[in-house]
Design a protein around this ligand. Sequence first.
Ligand SMILES: Cc1cc2nc3c(=O)[nH]c(=O)nc-3n(C[C@H](O)[C@H](O)[C@H](O)COP(=O)(O)O)c2cc1C
Length: 188
Amino acid sequence: MTETIDLLLKRRSVSPVALTGPGPSAPELETLLTIASRVPDHGKLAPWRFIVFEGAAREKASGIIVARYREKNPDAPAEVVEAERMRFLRAPLIIGVVSTAAPHPKIPEWEQVLSAGAVCMNVLIGAKAMGYAGSWLSNWLSYDAQILAAFGLKPHEKIAGFIHLGRAASVPEDRPRPDLAAIVTRFA
Ligand SMILES: Cc1cc2nc3c(=O)[nH]c(=O)nc-3n(C[C@H](O)[C@H](O)[C@H](O)COP(=O)(O)O)c2cc1C
């Protein structure tokens, strides 16, 4: 109990540049995806799915990202293109969380989208509890229709997040957190 509270009070995102291998093993990934899909989900629609980027498949994703980046930014300097090439090559494992939210007669689409956010957070917390670190990122590629199609998303699907996971080579200082007095009111 105290351990869980401590984890939640201290957890920090760790950027892909500070992540190293090894990533979660196959059974750990299975557990992580099980945790990820155990979230509040109004109507039991499971309005999300996962795309796992691991090992050499990350190179293929990287190629897609670079090709599209070059197409959109033909004059980009080599170091910027290199940063794009590295985007999916730093963390040993990236879990793409796809929101499959769609109009439904009873369950508002907004609630389906929120459920995908809960999935992303469960991945981060579950990974931390297993001794891994990571961050929940979107970046421009999450909003590029051609990249999404190349990653296998259907036109109505959206990326809720790419969760980059690995071992933390370093953990950043904490960042300022919201002042509760500014965000909490008591209904009276
Ligand atoms: C949906 C979503 C997308 C995000 N995308 C990015 C991103 O593309 N780049 C980035 O630097 N941070 C992004 N962030 C922020 C980081 O995940 C994270 O909130 C920040 O680094 C501090 O995290 P911490 O409070 O967990 O330590 C995103 C957060 C969310 C919720």
